[in-house]
Design a protein around this ligand. Structure first.
Ligand code: GDG
Length: 725
């Protein structure tokens, strides 16, 4: 029975040891709850670090045995590994870089090596339990390399990956010396989920720029494997927070807290100690608010909970000191005997206390400088059973993309921040309820359970799509059949596209002349008396003539404008006019002037705008502009505008490769027909072929071809097999 394996840095359990006795407490995190529906079932399992260094092997065995009963499997890390992999590369390189704190980012080869080595350790641990048909779901930035490592050993396994923190823009990501390795690591997954569309878009942009892979609606082809990327914002366990807000324990606490705090309004702030959370900015905004709106003095307090984290690390220690200082300054200046402006707690609370605070807070201030999602703001909303309360939310939190009914602010804009606080505190109840109600409906629906379900569905959807494509891959059996049919045949007709099929793409199209091995292949093919070989290309006739005149070969040039039978002269396949060229050329030259690196190639009956050497991104923008511009112009000129691989081509609607192919099919009846091509212009060739032909596409996008191969090398290998026959 296939199983699902969850992998994350931490297991959903807290282990502590007192006087040599171990105790286990399940962790209450949202992820643990959401994934509970998966890992606790049947043979499913959660693999991860148990959260403490356990040097003693006997103790390790004891822990492993205990966890096995709870469908968990520990990966033990040494003190040094925790220091270098977790505190080091994960938290001092990836965390600051991905949150745009480049000034805090450490680039240290030793930490990188530890990161790789620990990812490898996770991969090895996985190998003990993984079986064919299993599904693996890897979580978060500590394990970016793991998907690829698992893929290396298990080619067909379903691997999902979710990133809980932001994926930064290319400008930040590119600074990491090991950026390519990190991306390749992630691309080992079949489905990659991010909290927001922005994260997804940043990831796709890095994939495009660093790995040279483009995407279509989030689909990328990696080594002929379909990979899908999508935005899937994580929700909370809505019912849990709703129920906790109504529990007797919470209500009892609320009454107790109220007696201490009096009847003033409360603003709530809850975070882990981290520079990404914007805690000092929040305190300064509150301070400024008290200066700007003196009427509120004595009437509103800030409850600030900061959960201790990494406070031995100098940056965090500094941050803690800054917060201590700011709280001291505000309270020192504004406090009255019966009023404290900031109630500051540097510790964590049980859930019922948190729920009581959520219930009591008139305003929740969730204003990180950067946050992947932020669950606190969602929990606040779920806890507002009376629908009152106002959320002030930073635009830099992933949650802001979903919660547009909150007051959204840029936490660096102090003036706006102060005004938002004022607006929140004076907002009429009706308005509060309207906003809160809308956000509650959305969060109840997109909860943690639907998030998990959706992720699993997307992952299995990719696997199905991969299978559908794979059936067409020209595998060994099909290749053998093809070779046998070729050998048996008396008359053979072979259509070969040139660029992207027989040879790879070159930045300069003139550099794509046949190399020695291609010359050898064509020589052999064309000297076999049973063969009629055709080069069917979009290239101009002079270029084809230059490169191919040494072979006894038919040429179809300019996508079917010109045909030259072997030994003959070029003749036009259709009566065409080129009167439109000068006007369109003028337009294209305008684009070349505005787009450094682009150029126009002029053929007899078509014009091609090339943008392969244009800055990534700009070329695509210009293409969209140009095609819509040209489509308008082309409408009454019987022209077609076609987008190809880094080109836009304009030609007469009457021209296509299918016409050239049809004329040769008629002239040379054959009992073996094969056509190979790689792009949309070859689709016309494929469609012109009789049903029994072998039609082969290079690449795995949808095609009229029956079969596909992955690379130019595969086509050359196939030709090699044919001529050896
Ligand atoms: C990553 C991303 C993304 C806080 N104080 C106490 C306490 N908490 C709980 C909250 C909430 C959680 O901690 C913090 O939520 P985050 O959203 O910051 O989650 P993280 O796991 O830290 O962060 C983040 C998230 O992953 C999910 O993808 O949203 O952007 O950085 O649940 O309630 N819980 C208790 N006592 C406390 O004092 N019991």
């Amino acid at each position: 029975m296939p199983k699902t394996i969850i992998v994350s840095n931490r297991l959903p359990i807290k282990i502590s040891e007192e006087a040599g006795v171990l105790s286990y407490n399940p962790s209450e995190g949202g992820l643990a709850t959401g994934l509970g529906s998966i890992y606790k079932e049947g043979d499913n399992i959660w693999l991860g670090w148990p959260g403490m260094a356990v040097p003693d092997e006997a103790k390790q065995d004891e822990i492993a045995a205990h966890l096995a009963g709870q469908n968990m499997r520990p990966v033990f890390l040494s003190e040094k590994e925790i220091e270098d992999f977790y505190e080091g590369f994960s938290n001092e390189t990836l965390w600051p870089n991905f949150h745009y704190f480049s000034q805090y980012t450490v680039y240290d080869e030793a930490l990188w090596l530890a990161y790789r080595q620990v990812n490898r350790k996770f991969a090895r641990e996985l190998e003990y339990i993984i079986e064919e048909g299993d599904t693996v779901w890897v979580h978060d930035y500590q394990l970016l390399l793991l998907p690829e490592m698992v893929r290396e050993e298990n080619r067909h396994i379903a691997i999902g990956f979710f990133l809980h923190i932001p994926f930064p823009s290319y400008e930040s990501f590119r600074q990491i010396p090991w950026r390519r390795e990190l991306l390749n690591g992630m691309l080992g997954a079949d489905f990659l989920g991010f909290h927001t569309y922005d994260d997804m878009r940043h990831f796709l942009s890095s994939v495009n720029r660093l790995a040279g892979l483009s995407n279509a609606n989030g689909k990328i082809t990696v080594d002929s494997r379909l990979v899908m990327v999508d935005a899937l914002p994580m929700g909370i366990d809505y019912e849990k927070y709703e129920q906790s807000a109504a529990s007797p324990d919470t209500l009892e606490r609320e009454v107790r807290y109220r007696t201490f705090l009096g009847s003033g309004k409360l603003i709530l702030s809850i975070d882990r100690l981290d520079y990404s959370k914007g805690i000092p900015q929040r305190l300064r905004a509150f301070e400024r608010f008290l200066y700007t709106y003196p009427d509120f003095r004595g009437k509103v307090s800030l409850i600030m909970i900061v959960v201790p984290s990494r406070d031995t690390v100098p940056k965090y220690k500094q941050l803690k000191e800054e917060i201590d200082l700011l709280v001291g300054r505000i309270n020192g200046h504004f406090s009255r005997l019966n009023w404290t402006p900031v109630h500051y707690f540097y510790r964590s609370f049980p859930l019922s206390a948190l729920s009581a605070f959520y219930r009591m807070a008139h305003v929740a201030m969730v204003t990180p400088l950067r946050d992947g999602m932020n669950l606190v703001c969602k929990e606040y909303i779920a806890s507002r059973l009376d629908k009152k309360g106002v959320l002030i939310l930073s635009e830099m939190a992933g949650a802001s993309k979903e919660l547009s009914d909150a007051i959204l602010i840029n936490p660096n804009n102090m003036e706006h921040f102060v005004e938002a606080l004022h607006t929140a505190l004076v907002m009429p109840e009706e308005q509060q309820k309207r906003h809160m109600g809308t956000m509650q409906v959305s969060l109840r629906r997109y909860n943690i359970h639907s998030w998990v379900k959706l992720f699993m569905e997307r992952l299995s959807h990719v696997k199905k799509a991969q299978e559908a494509l794979m059936t067409r891959l020209l595998d060994d059996t099909l290749t053998n059949q093809l070779v046998q049919d070729y050998a048996k045949a008396k008359r053979r007709l072979i259509f070969l596209d040139y660029d992207g099929t027989l040879t790879g793409f070159h930045p300069n199209p003139e550099d794509a002349a046949p190399d020695e091995s291609l010359i050898y292949l064509l020589e052999k093919l064309t000297t076999d008396p049973k063969n009629e070989t055709v080069i069917i290309s979009g290239r101009g006739r002079h270029t084809l003539d230059n490169w191919m005149s040494r072979f006894d070969i038919h040429l179809v040039a300019e996508h079917g404008v010109w045909l030259r039978r072997k030994g003959g002269e070029f003749t036009m396949l259709a009566r065409l006019n080129d009167g439109w060229k000068s006007e369109i050329m003028h337009v294209l030259e305008g684009y070349v002037n505005r787009t450094p690196g682009s150029f126009v190639e002029e053929k007899d009956y078509s014009l091609v705008w090339h943008y392969r050497k244009v800055e990534t991104g700009l070329g695509e923008v210009r293409t969209r502009e140009l095609t819509s511009h040209l489509k308008y112009l082309a409408a009454n000129k019987n022209l077609q505008v076609l987008e190809g691989d880094m080109v836009v081509e304009i030609k007469s609607s009457d021209i296509h490769k299918g016409k050239g192919a049809a004329s040769l099919l008629e002239a040379f009846p054959a009992d073996f027909i094969m056509a190979c091509g790689d792009d949309w212009t070859d689709e016309d060739t494929f469609m012109a072929m009789p049903p029994e032909s072998y039609t082969i596409k290079v690449g795995s996008t949808a095609s009229a071809a029956k079969y596909s191969v992955t690379t130019v090398e595969d086509i050359r290998l196939l030709l090699q097999k044919l001529i050896e026959n």
